[in-house]
Design a protein around this ligand. Structure first.
Ligand code: SAM
Length: 175
């Protein structure tokens, strides 16, 4: 199953850090790819650099036309989940979403997303109904979706990995 994230509304410079974190969370919590709309190359480079060091097959695609990404997604039979505090509580819909067993495009915004996103999405899903953050919303959605299994995943092709230890920092570094 292909699980991708679509990041909308990136504000140049101001959102650099948070958009990078959306990408890192998407990767670490089990998504395969992120599409980032209207964003600078250096954000992609910083996420790609993490993947180069820490492994896995996560990809970043910078896009200008998010409507065509959504159109193509729908055309190929995938479903669309939009994370918003105005949606249906995640616990009420997560099993239904999983049972579709279809490719999933998860949309997260920055400030406000265009109103049409609420209509074209198959599910508008709330991670609780308080305003918080796209980073937190994405992490919790993916964690519920994978029931925590994503955090046990071993990334292939790594150059560096953590060796868990009770104290201090242990790393395996592949030369
Ligand atoms: N009022 C906005 C909203 O529609 O959720 C909050 C904007 S928030 C700074 C940026 C993004 O974080 C939103 O577009 C949404 O994707 C995500 N987000 C924030 N709070 C959320 C919540 N409680 N549930 C799901 N997503 C949330």
């Amino acid at each position: 199953m292909n699980i991708c994230v679509l990041r909308l509304g990136h504000r140049l410079v101001r959102d650099d850090r948070i958009t990078t974190h959306v990408g890192l969370v998407a990767r670490a919590f089990g998504a395969n790819k992120i599409f980032i709309a209207n964003c600078e190359q250096r954000i992609k480079e910083s996420i790609d650099n993490v993947s180069k060091m820490w492994g896995g097959d996560f990809t970043v695609e910078l896009i200008n036309d998010w409507r065509s990404v959504i159109k193509e997604w729908k055309k190929s039979g995938g479903i669309i989940v939009h994370l918003t505090m105005y949606g249906i509580h995640v616990d009420e819909v997560i099993e239904k979403i999983k049972n579709y067993k279809k490719d999933l495009l998860i949309i997260v915004g920055a400030e406000k997303v265009p109103g049409e996103i609420f209509k074209i999405s198959d599910f508008n899903v709330a991670i609780g109904h308080q305003p918080h953050s796209e980073v937190a919303a994405l992490a919790i959605f993916l964690d519920r979706f994978f029931r925590g299994e994503e955090l046990k995943r071993v990334f292939n092709k790594y150059k560096i990995r953590v060796i868990p230890s009770e104290r201090g920092k242990k790393l395996e570094v592949i030369k």
